[in-house]
Design a protein around this ligand. Structure first.
Ligand code: FES
Length: 192
């Protein structure tokens, strides 16, 4: 009798287990993954830049920066061509190198300076203690004054971020970026 009851119970549990196996479940579905959609929306919200970026942005769909030009190659409104500043002394070919007599008034000497050498470098080669700071035409520490007149007629700057046209006309120059184009007399340590 006990054995029959045990078999019956076992059969019952087995039937329940089989039944549960085929029941369709609770209807629960996992939430849809919307991370890609969120990233896309954030990407659309990030404005494009018109300057080159060192690398693509991870989010934002930036990719390579677009040039600031219209489809027809015109510069976008408000954009200007890079301003022409100075010249490149390294571009002077060997056979185009010329030497000019430069009188350093305060030092009391006249030396030859090549047109691919700055007045500051030439003076330093003479062991004169001339003033300078940035050596890039961005300050006024190395200022000098051409005594003969308009500086532009005697030297040319590879870079001049400091002196105005008016100051150049008065003979002022930045000796660290000034290359002679003619014989001249200069007073070092002179600034406007
Ligand atoms: S050292 Fe700065 S402009 Fe010459």
């Amino acid at each position: 009798m006990v054995q029959t009851l045990g078999v019956a119970l076992g059969a019952g549990f087995a039937a329940v287990a089989v039944l549960l196996h085929y029941v369709s479940g609770t209807g629960w579905e996992p939430t849809e993954d919307i991370s890609a959609e969120v990233l896309e929306r954030r990407a659309a919200a990030v404005p494009e830049t018109d300057f080159p970026e060192p690398m693509n942005r991870a989010i934002g769909g930036g990719g390579a920066a677009l040039p600031a030009e219209g489809a027809d190659g015109e510069l976008a409104e408000g954009e200007t061509e890079a301003e022409e500043t100075g010249f490149d002394p390294d571009a002077i070919a060997e056979d185009e190198i010329e030497y000019h007599e430069v009188e350093f008034a305060k030092e009391g000497e006249t030396i030859e300076v090549a047109n691919n050498e700055t007045i500051l470098e030439a003076g330093e080669d003479e062991d004169w203690d001339l003033p300078y700071s940035c050596r890039q035409g961005q300050c006024l520490s190395c200022g000098g004054q051409v005594k003969d007149g308009d500086a532009d007629e005697y030297i040319r700057h590879s870079n001049n971020d400091t002196l105005s046209d008016d100051e150049l006309e008065k003979g002022y120059c930045l000796t660290c970026t000034a290359y002679p184009t003619s014989d001249l007399t200069i007073e070092t340590s002179e600034t406007p």
